[in-house]
Design a protein around this ligand. Structure first.
Ligand code: NAP
Length: 291
């Protein structure tokens, strides 16, 4: 089983969909993350309208020694409507073997690497054929092009049908103090049951908890502030450590474009919340006491 640093650095906002980093800025982000023990980087083929992988790869091409120090994660299966893919007529999903293999090969080229540490199917596809997906993944593994396989945004019944044919090691899902669904819909139970490592995307809720116009977010911020004072740390660290508390071993994929926020998220590994303090945040988010 592959072990990741916590947090994983989410790169969705590093390029065109956010910070628009130059190659030098990508390289600085990568090198500083590695220096501080953040060694895994999360991508998808579609990020930046299919441009972010290649921009990240340009930084790796400048400093090829960085590749062996990191784990590269990417995803496939969404076909976006963008001028970079003029042949796409509508936004759709594609989990055909042909698409999975072609997308992986394109990602390898973009990064300038000969293997991916993990490939994810990005979204459950209503047309997903589990036997075909398993064959494509097995083929890519046999060729050494991917080391590990995971799914993203899959519900338990969707992982179950695929798990019949191929080992699923990760499920990347939205989990944060403002998005609690995975705790109650069986997704994290399914992870626990089958040793699937959950990765939390948008673990800081995309920063939305800072929006003071919502009563729920004000209540979360008030509870997190109180706990930050108690544990002598910051709100961000509290929100990350709150995820780490879960027995399934959630790995947060932090999407900040600010190095200091990424490094703060790493500090969360050293905080040990009490069970009652975990519930203080849960109650602040749900707005009601547990039954
Ligand atoms: N599998 C999927 O379907 C899926 C979907 C979405 C994302 N992802 C992955 O998950 C990663 C993380 O997603 P995300 O970027 O939504 O995660 P996030 O870490 O919850 O949110 C990051 C965003 O929130 C802002 N933010 C964080 N803390 C803040 C604070 N204390 N105050 C104000 N703003 C704050 C950041 O701004 P700054 O940049 O200014 O810090 C950034 O815009 C992505 O990079 C991607 O790799 C996967």
């Amino acid at each position: 089983m592959l072990k990741f640093s916590s947090p994983v650095a989410g790169c969705m906002r590093w390029g065109k969909w956010g910070a628009n980093y130059s190659t030098a800025a990508y390289r600085k982000m990568i090198e500083t993350c590695l220096d501080h023990g953040i060694t895994a980087f999360d991508h998808a083929d579609i990020y930046g309208d299919y441009t972010t992988e290649e921009e990240f790869g340009n930084a790796l091409k400048e400093a090829p020694a960085l590749r062996s120090q990191m784990q590269l994660i990417t995803k496939c299966g969404i076909q976006m409507l963008t001028e970079n893919r003029p042949h796409h007529q509508i936004k759709s999903y594609n989990t055909s073997a042909k698409h999975i293999i072609q997308s992986t090969e394109r990602s390898l080229k973009n990064f300038g690497t000969d293997y991916l540490d993990v490939l994810f199917i990005h979204r459950p596809d209503p047309l997903l054929n589990p036997i075909e997906v398993a064959e494509a993944i097995t083929h890519l593994k046999e060729q050494g092009k991917i080391k590990h396989f995971g799914v993203s945004n899959f519900l338990p019944h969707q992982t179950e049908v695929l798990r019949k044919y191929i080992l699923i090691e990760f499920n990347q899902i939205e989990i944060s103090i403002i998005h609690l669904t995975a705790f109650i819909d069986g997704t994290l139970d399914n992870c626990l049951q089958h040793n699937i490592v959950p990765m939390a995307w948008s673990p800081m809720g995309g920063g939305m908890f800072t929006d003071e116009s919502h009563h729920r977010f004000r209540s979360i911020t008030a509870a997190a502030t109180e706990l930050a004072e108690k544990y002598n740390t910051g709100i961000d660290q509290i929100l990350v450590t709150w995820l780490l508390f879960h027995p399934s071993g959630i790995i947060p994929v932090v999407g900040s474009t600010k190095l200091d926020r990424l490094l703060q998220a790493k500090e969360a590994n050293h905080i040990h919340l009490s069970r009652e303090d975990w519930f203080k945040l849960w109650i602040a988010s749900t707005g009601e006491d547990v039954a």
